[in-house]
Design a protein around this ligand. Structure first.
Ligand code: TYD
Length: 147
């Protein structure tokens, strides 16, 4: 099985300190790809939902740096839900997986580490189009949605 195609939980190093904890992420070591981009989602109204798309080639590692939300990942057949509320935990979202992130609490900061620079053409934002796309992928290239 191609591990890069599989959803998985990643623990980041955590340096505990009475002055406050520190975590860090190195590309190719803590995430399985060279890091091309990092983006943040913040000032999200409580109860809001983000996401609602898939990427054709971009892999992402999603973390709740502060606050919480739910990360729902599907390939149209299987679905996993991870409650995101730890700054030292990331979830690898493989290319070709559809994500939705409901239930943001007020003040949440989501950090996403991505394998590619931003490219709108890499997105699939229509769920019916997504289902056609993912069903046409060769079995070995499908995202593996399981934990
Ligand atoms: P989008 O990825 O749809 O947000 P969500 O995290 O909810 O899935 O991005 C929202 C908007 O921001 C969209 O117009 C594209 C733009 N955007 C960029 O310009 N650069 C980026 O790196 C990202 C992630 C989004």
């Amino acid at each position: 099985m191609n591990l890069q195609n599989k959803v998985r939980i990643i623990e980041f190093p955590k340096i505990c300190d009475p002055r406050g904890n520190l975590s860090f992420v190195e590309g190719g070591r803590h995430v399985p790809f060279p890091i091309r981009r990092v983006f943040f989602i913040y000032d999200v109204p409580g109860g809001e939902t983000r996401g609602g798309h898939a990427h054709r080639t971009c892999q992402e590692v999603v973390t709740a740096v502060s606050g919480s939300f739910d990360l729902i990942i599907t390939d149209g057949r299987e679905q996993v839900l991870v409650h995101m509320n730890r700054a030292n935990m990331g979830v690898l979202v493989p290319a070709g997986a559809w994500i939705t992130m409901p239930n943001f609490t007020t003040g949440t900061v989501l950090m996403c580490i991505a394998s590619e620079e931003y490219e709108e053409e890499d997105y699939i934002r229509d769920y019916d189009e997504y289902l056609r796309y993912v069903q046409a992928l060769p079995e070995g290239e499908r995202p593996v949605v399981a934990l």
